[in-house]
Design a protein around this ligand. Structure first.
Ligand code: FMN
Length: 277
């Protein structure tokens, strides 16, 4: 089961998965698994492996897109360390045409993550994207605060267990907020990556963009490797840009735990695979 959602432990395996996706018209987002590091040495080691990823993507025509997590680069140890390591990645990625998406983690880290994003954009880096989560009450305000930066925005519902003091507890409200924020972002002319597998939301975004005459190069759909692969291919065949998030590496446990929380039926698949089924 790990293999259904994680491309493998090595960069080579991840690149092989990316190649397979590309043949189906789906582009990969390479993600080296790892988060919440506890020592500076670990954070620096992750930066080294991410640079290795950037250099190997630079040698290929595609994909040129990676995701990184702030706590993988030491955000919990020091914001300055995370800023330095992320800057080091952008210095190599940007001239090589590799786009860097800064994933959004749980609510106590949102503020610092947005600061990292703004600081690097102010330093002049442009190939850096941010993520907003529709389950947080604060997100619309974050959206307006970010707007002057003209961010390349990934919109998600949010994957972490959050208290009801900070996040909508009700799925219907999260979905409504998702569509509200997505439409705002499109109206404001931002490039939006709609990262969701939700057929209802995807259908609504398609209807809305068609009705408003928003061309397909103003937005894209993103899904996770292994989740609704047929839908990914179908959207790509219809001319939408589709990217699949391809995680690889040894630290798959927290990633998989979130996938099980989102879709409890995944637990059944985990158990079956552990039992050798
Ligand atoms: N959730 C986050 O909290 N932060 C992220 O940075 C993040 N990145 C994601 C990237 C992609 C490509 C996808 C498909 C999802 C991402 N998620 C992220 C997970 C979503 O918040 C959500 O938990 C998941 O997509 C399941 O909800 P769905 O019904 O919209 O598919």
């Amino acid at each position: 089961l790990v293999r259904r959602y994680v491309a493998g432990e090595s960069l080579e395996e991840a690149l092989a998965v990316a190649e397979g996706l590309e043949r189906e018209g789906v582009h990969a987002i390479l993600d080296l698994l790892g988060e919440m590091v506890r020592t500076e040495a670990e954070a620096r080691a992750f930066q080294g492996r991410i640079l290795e990823l950037v250099f190997s993507l630079a040698e290929r025509p595609w994909p040129k897109y990676i995701s990184v997590k702030p706590t993988q680069l030491g955000l919990d140890l020091s914001e300055g360390l995370a800023l330095e390591l992320l800057r080091g990645i952008l210095r190599e990625a940007e001239p090589r045409g590799v786009f860097v998406r800064l994933d959004m983690e749980d609510s106590p880290r949102v503020e610092a993550t947005l600061r990292l994003y703004r600081a690097l954009r102010e330093e002049g880096f442009s190939q850096l994207g941010v993520v907003l989560q529709s389950y947080l009450y604060r997100t619309e305000k974050d959206f307006w605060d970010l707007l002057p930066y003209r961010p390349n925005l990934r919109l998600v519902k949010g994957a972490y267990r959050e208290p009801k003091e900070v996040a909508f507890p009700d799925k219907r409200l999260i979905d409504a907020e998702y569509l509200h924020l997505g439409k705002l972002a499109l109206k404001e002319g931002l490039y939006v990556a709609f990262a969701t597998h939700d057929p209802r939301l995807i259908a609504e975004i398609r209807r809305y963009t068609e009705a408003m005459g928003i061309p397909k190069d103003r937005f894209e759909f993103q899904m996770l490797y292994g989740v609704r692969p047929e839908a990914q291919k179908a959207l790509a065949r219809e001319g939408y840009t589709v990217r699949a998030y391809v995680p690889y590496g040894e630290d798959w446990y927290p990633y998989l735990t979130r996938r099980i929380a989102e879709r409890p039926e995944n637990l059944f698949l985990v158990l079956r695979s552990l039992l050798g089924g």
